[in-house]
Design a protein around this ligand. Structure first.
Ligand code: TRP
Ligand code: SF4
Length: 333
């Protein structure tokens, strides 16, 4: 039997190249070898945005369209919306009973989230009971399918470690070996920085969206930071100090192209504007097929809704098997 993978993303709206290169592209490869469950974690979104739900539905659709565009195949992977699998909520209740409060209070990622909220004016009240349960809910997601592996970014590893502790405790309390200890599986992809050299992020206004058109992408690339010490286009440049553009070349270019860029830059044979025009074209080449698929789904939202519905039903059927067993183990009525 194939090993099971479970992972998820909060519905933050249209995703960017950081998501594509850092997470989704990895999922696309994993779906060939594993039985994959990918969740749009809308309950997790509520932990911090319970009062901003106007766009939740569209945000979920956008995330799923981006996944599909990038190559997540609904015939290979199960794509679902967390809240359409209520079994996860029930499991979350059982897990919340056996999770000591100080375990969640120790969770470093949660501490960071709380710190960010506290630093924002009037947001302290947003550190709610639900947010404290964030990693427990994530554990419930993973255990809903009794998954073996959880591909996540480094910032989520602490949560998965906590999941392992919760599993051990569950197995111990109910004298069973029913649940696997899920293993975090770190994405080994290169991190792409934002156009300004900082971490790429939706709220920093430095991202390129998966859904951006070729024109918008090319235009955005033109503002990417280059070698700041370079004044004229025939000055010798320093690719290794070219903060963004050359890093993008290293991600999107072929080996020989990268070498050409380096040589021409160092010899002052290539101006930055010209270099970035070529870079934009290069990125667009890679995104072409993805963009076409996305446009197709945008034009047929009913297809996306069908994929979500069918995926969630399938996820539910699997979840029910696990919950039947869990109810037995906990000795519920
Ligand atoms: N918390 C994850 C994030 O913000 C998303 C997520 C929700 C998740 N449930 C999950 C990741 C289960 C892995 C497994 O990125
Ligand atoms: Fe960067 Fe290209 Fe300019 Fe060199 S020519 S500094 S690689 S943008």
């Amino acid at each position: 039997m194939k090993q099971k993978i479970m992972s998820g993303m909060r519905p933050t709206g249209k995703l960017h190249l950081g998501h594509y290169l850092g997470v989704i592209d990895n999922w696309v490869k994993l779906q060939e070898e594993y039985d994959c469950y990918f969740s749009v974690a809308d309950w997790h979104a509520l932990t911090t945005k319970y009062d901003k739900t106007e766009n939740l539905r569209q945000d979920i659709l956008d995330v799923v369209m981006d996944w599909l565009a990038c190559g997540i195949d609904p015939d290979k992977s199960t794509i679902y919306v967390q809240s359409l699998v209520p079994e996860t909520a029930e499991l979350h209740i059982y897990l919340s009973m056996i999770t000591p409060q100080n375990w969640v209070e120790r969770d470093p990622t949660l501490k960071d989230m709380a710190k960010i909220l506290k630093s924002k004016e009037g947001m302290a009240s947003q550190i709610n009971y639900g947010l404290m349960g964030y990693p427990v809910l994530m554990t419930a997601d993973i255990l809903t399918f009794n998954a073996d592996l959880v591909p996540v970014g480094i910032d989520q590893v602490a949560h998965v470690e906590l999941s392992r502790d919760i599993v051990r405790r569950f197995n111990n309390v109910y004298n069973t070996d029913f649940f696997n200890e899920p293993q975090p599986k770190l994405n080994n992809c290169s991190l792409i920085c934002g156009l300004d050299g900082n971490k790429m992020g939706k709220s920093f206004n430095n991202d390129i969206k998966i859904s951006d058109s070729a024109e918008v992408t090319a235009k955005k690339v033109m503002i990417a930071i280059t070698d700041r010490s370079r004044m004229r286009k025939d000055d010798p440049g320093h690719p290794d100090e070219c903060e963004v553009a050359f890093k993008y070349w290293k991600i999107f270019g072929e080996e020989n192209e990268i070498e050409t860029v380096r040589c021409e830059c160092e010899k002052g044979l290539r101006g930055c504007a010209d270099c970035k025009r070529k870079l934009g074209a290069k990125i667009n080449e890679r995104m072409k097929e993805i963009r076409e698929r996305r446009t197709h789904y945008e034009q047929h939202p009913e297809l996306v809704e069908k994929i979500i519905r069918e995926g969630s039903e399938k996820a539910r059927r699997e979840a029910q098997k696990v919950l039947t067993e869990v109810r037995k183990l906990v000795r519920m009525y």
